[in-house]
Every structure is written in C-alpha cells, then in structure tokens.
Design a binder for this molecule. Structure first.
Ligand code: TXA
Ligand code: MG
Length: 336
C-alpha cells in the first residue's frame, strides 16, 4: 500500500478515506493518532494490525463536539459533564460505560470506552468531515515512542496505512491524561498527562493516581487500564534515568560509568558536559513533555546505545514525563 502524505488543503480526501473504512494518521495537540471509524469493526481491527498492538489494549474514541459523547457512552455522570466543560476540547480522556454501537474490538473487549475531544483544529475538522467518531491510538508501531511529527508516523507506518495528514509538530508532546471514575466523587488517574492531579482536584472529593504510574506492576496483576501492562515508549537506546539533586553528582556518575556511544539527556539549565554527546529537553514539565519523544527518536537516529537522563520531577505536569521515562526504562532508576 502506498501511504499518501496529505497537506491541510486535502483534508476532505482524508475524511472520505476514514468514512470508507481506511486508516489515516492525523495530528492532535498531544501526539499523532492513527484514525479509523470507531463504529466499523473491520477498520478498527486494521489499526491493531498496522500497529502490531495487542488486541486487549483498548482505543480512545475521538469526538468533535460534546453531544457526540451520547453516541458512545451509555451513561454520562454529572462529574464527566463538569470535567468536559472545564477541559474539553483538550488532552483529557474519560473512561465511561460503552454503548453497544461501539464494537468490542474498539474497546479491547471491555464494556467501557475512553472518550476525548481533541483541541487540534485539524483533528476536529477530520472528525466532522468523516462524519463519525474516530478511534485512534498513538500512530507509532506498538512499543515505540509516540510520534509528534508526520515524519515519525511515516517512519513507523509507511506502507501500512492509507495516509498521514501533516500538521507539523504537536504542541503537548505526551499523550492525554486518562481517567476513570471509581464512584461519583472519585477521579482515578490511569495515565498522567499535562492535565495534572492538581488540575483535577477542584472537581472531585477524591483524586488519586494509580500506583502503576510510578512502579512496575507484576506481570499477572489485575490492572485498571490494559495499557499499563505493556512496555512502552522505548527508543532502541537503553534509557537510564539518574535521580539526583545536582548536575555535578549526575556527571560524576555518568563519567565513571559511560562506555562507547553513551549520550546524556539534560535540562536546559544544566552546564555543557565535557567529552560526552548530549541533548537537552527543557527545564519544566511542559517543556520536557514537548521534547521527550522527539529526543528519543533523535537519539536513535544518532545511533546512541545508552542515554543517561536527568530525572524530571514527579509532581504536576512533570509526572507525565516521569511516567513515560520510567516506562522507557522498565522502571529502573539510578539514584546518586
Ligand atoms: O493523547 C492521546 O490520548 C493520544 C491521541 C492520539 O489522542 N492517543 C493515545 O492512545 O495515546 P493510545 O491508544 O496510545 O493510549 C490509550 C490508553 C492506553 O493505555 C489504554 O489502555 C487506555 O488509554 N484506555 C483506553 N480505553 C480504556 C478503557 N476503556 N479502560 C481503561 N483504559 C483505557
Ligand atoms: Mg500509545
């Protein structure tokens, strides 16, 4: 299959492809998504094949206006309406009970479904043009870092899908915050994103982060979100996060352990290291989220074997970066 790169003036063609059951990757404010008609079981099955994704890992269904939620969810609790008013369109995914019109392949066999309204105008326009809710995981091959440019999508998906819409670099850079509701007053964060625990606190009596966000779960453990089970976001290079309160301790450790082709991934405010190649990924959570997956892919292009990474904070927006880094590193941290 020849994969077509669409420019923004060709959106109607891309919308028609989706309406006809084909797969088209498109930009969102978080990362690129690999889209298909969420109601078309064959089209959705093709997403799993193109990505090499395990069939039990459910997809997020994307909508373009709030009312579409009632075509997908069988129950929309009051708290979900309040959160949608505050955070949609934007990078928040809510897991709700699924309507029977959404096939079980879309929800990985679960009776719930993740729903989000992206704020990216191209994503919204594509949903309108296609005339259907769009199921879309991140548009990477399973296990690779999520793509934040159309080129990354092409690198992973060329020949496997009908097209990619080029919308430039994604603004946020990490995937949406995924939440479910344990009860009417409890928000359970399944995957952290730039909408943080602190941002959600005013909307519920209880807000908590699933422990699988911070640490490796046992292979046979029951998980609240299937995506937690799979190793993720990893570049080819071995990722070694180093947790420390100072740049000099970080460098001392790296200088005494680094072998051939080791790189450093540093904060912007860190000094320049001697004798080691390096990249930077920002100082605060927003910047680091924007650059993390981009740097992972660049490090692979440079043929890095190991990458020593300055560890981000674990609060606020930074938790999303910490979580992606831990998952790329198999939750192993070096503390110095
Ligand atoms: O920002 C994003 O969310 C991007 C863009 C394209 O919208 N999408 C994305 O999709 O990251 P994906 O498939 O790569 O990640 C979806 C995550 C997975 O970890 C999955 O297990 C979880 O959401 N998820 C989806 N539906 C769920 C459900 N019904 N219950 C629990 N977890 C669910
Ligand atoms: Mg993904």
């Amino acid at each position: 299959m020849k994969t077509k790169l669409f420019r923004l003036n060709e959106l109607p063609v891309a919308g028609e492809l989706i309406a006809n059951g084909e797969l088209v990757a498109f930009p969102t404010e978080t990362v690129y998504g690999l889209g298909a008609d969420a109601r078309n079981a064959d089209a959705v099955r093709a997403i799993f094949t193109a990505k090499g994704r395990p069939a039990d890992n459910p997809l997020i269904v994307h909508i373009a206006d709030f009312e579409m939620i009632y075509e997908i969810a069988s129950e929309v609790p009051e708290i979900a309406v309040r959160l949608a008013k505050a955070f949609w369109a934007g990078p928040l995914t809510m897991v709700l009970p699924k309507r029977p019109e959404i096939p079980s392949v879309t929800s990985g066999g679960l009776d719930t479904v993740g729903i989000r309204m992206p704020s990216h105008p191209v994503a919204q326009e594509l949903i309108r043009l296609a005339g259907c809710p769009i199921a879309a995981p991140s548009a990477n091959r399973s296990g690779k870092p999520s793509p934040t440019t159309a080129k990354h999508v092409m690198d992973d998906m060329e020949g496997r899908i009908a097209g990619v819409i080029d919308g430039g670099l994604c603004e946020v850079g990490v995937e949406s915050t995924v939440i479910c509701f344990d009860d009417a007053e409890t928000i359970h964060i399944l995957r952290p994103g730039i909408i943080s625990e602190e941002d959600l606190q005013p909307f519920a009596k209880n807000v908590y982060v699933d422990k699988a966000v911070y640490s490796q779960i046992a292979p046979d453990a029951k998980v609240a979100s299937p995506g937690m089970k799979y190793k993720h976001y990893a570049p080819k290079a071995k990722i070694l996060p180093v947790e420390t309160d100072s740049f000099s301790k970080f460098m001392d450790y790296v200088q005494s352990h680094a072998d051939n082709n080791a790189w450093c991934l540093l904060f912007d405010s860190d000094p320049k290291p001697e004798n080691l190649p390096f990249m930077r990924y920002g100082d605060d959570g927003r910047e680091q989220a924007h650059f993390l997956f981009l740097r992972f892919r660049e490090l692979d292009e440079h043929g890095a074997d190991t990458v020593y990474v300055r560890c981000p904070r674990k609060d606020g927006t930074s938790l999303s970066v910490y979580n992606r880094l831990m998952r790329a590193a198999g939750f192993e941290v070096i503390t110095v």
